[in-house]
Write a protein that binds this ligand. Structure first.
Ligand SMILES: Cc1cc2nc3c(=O)[nH]c(=O)nc-3n(C[C@H](O)[C@H](O)[C@H](O)COP(=O)(O)O)c2cc1C
Length: 356
């Protein structure tokens, strides 16, 4: 058996291989509701053999959406549509994961194919954004409001309520989105967080909100279900969050019962120079795994089976998350198993197409 197709149990959840569908915004919801698009999109990747399938960033509050079209989980009415998806995913032997998210100062934007620009709060479909400090992501964009203590309390409640709904909807893995310049990352970074209260300044103060969110989520998240945290392991910017900070954070998260650190990077500094190339973020998953002693997920331009297998076989990460490759090929795991000579179960309906 290859490393890629070695099963693993985290807490009480069994994953049949190490291939995970990375969270990817679909910008296809109205009022946060999941619909046929999400069922077919996520369902296809279950048919394709991924062990764990993450939803896109799923907003814990309406103001936490990147765009008016984001998926959401801020009200009980959202549960039924999501449940239909988790049930389908489970029927095909995969586990459904949800990425819980708040977009912070990067909220209230048009979706990419509508231009991707900020929607000012005064415009129809726009809203006031919030952040640790009143610093926009891009100077020309509307300034976010600095969250008050009461605002922070509300964020904590929103994450907890969302996690409770996620359990009801049938998700068995949750990932807290603390990467890509969204709210929780904005608190982590000294560049976007210039608060002078207990949420700003020192490293301990900047990680406080994330720790509180984790605590709130864990209060309702079953102990037998895994919890992932996605971080931007570096901001690729002088004076910003660094890989050393990520190791230090991961060491703390390990003591708090987080199971996996999903190591992405960037997203909080508009003009950061990122050396994008095959597997360019794997080094962070490797460092965090080795130095903090916690399981990690590698993500970012992992597109080939041999590359994915090597990352796992070399002990650089415990999981590989694929984003765009899964958009090109929902059946990546079925093809990968064949290439590696692993005999895996195909969906009965597709059995006749299985290479012999
Ligand atoms: C269409 C699209 C939507 C994305 N949406 C999210 C998201 O909702 N949450 C997130 O953490 N990352 C998101 N990402 C980043 C991916 O999860 C992944 O980290 C990134 O694409 C790098 O992996 P890849 O090279 O395999 O695509 C998105 C990427 C794409 C291409």
């Amino acid at each position: 058996m290859s490393a890629l197709f070695s099963p693993i149990t985290i807490r009480s959840i069994q994953l049949k291989n190490r291939i995970v569908v990375s969270p990817m915004c679909q910008y296809s919801s109205e009022n946060g509701f999941a619909n046929d698009w999400h069922l077919v999109h996520l369902g296809s990747r279950a048919v394709g053999g991924a062990a764990l399938i993450f939803t896109e960033a799923t907003a814990v509050s309406p103001e936490g959406r990147i765009s008016p079209h984001d998926l959401g989980i801020w009200k009980d009415d959202h549960i039924a549509g999501l449940k239909r998806i988790t049930q389908f995913i489970n029927q095909h032997g995969s586990i459904a994961g949800i990425q819980l998210a708040h977009a912070g100062r990067k909220a209230s934007h048009h979706r990419p194919w509508d231009g991707g620009k900020a929607i000012p709060p005064a415009e129809e479909r726009g809203w006031e954004t919030v952040a640790p400090s009143s610093i926009p992501f891009i100077e020309a964009e509307p300034r976010p409001l600095a969250l008050t203590k009461e605002g922070i309390e509300n964020v904590l409640i929103d994450f907890q309520d969302a996690a409770r709904r996620a359990v009801e909807a049938g998700f068995q893995v949750a990932e807290i989105h603390a990467a890509h310049g969204y709210l929780l990352h904005e608190f982590l970074s000294p560049l976007s967080n210039q608060r002078t209260d207990e949420y700003g300044g020192s490293f301990d103060n900047r990680i406080r909100l994330l720790l509180q969110v984790i605590e709130q989520v864990q209060a309702v998240w079953p102990e037998e279900y895994p919890l992932f945290v996605r971080i931007s392991a570096t901001e690729w910017t002088e004076g910003g969050w660094t890989a050393d900070d990520s190791v230090a954070l991961a060491s703390v998260l390990k003591t708090k019962g987080v199971d996996v650190i999903d190591c992405s990077s960037g997203g909080n500094v508009a003009h950061a120079k990122i050396p994008v190339g095959p597997g360019y973020q794997v080094e962070f998953a490797e460092r965090v795994k080795q130095e903090a002693g916690i399981m990690t997920a590698a993500v970012g331009l992992i597109t080939h089976v041999d590359q994915a297998e090597a990352i796992l076989a070399n002990g650089q990460a415990d999981f590989v998350l694929l984003g765009r490759e899964f958009l090109r090929d929902p059946y990546f795991p079925l093809h990968a198993a064949h290439a590696l000579g692993d005999d895996i179960i195909w969906p009965s309906q597709y059995e006749r197409a299985k290479p012999k």
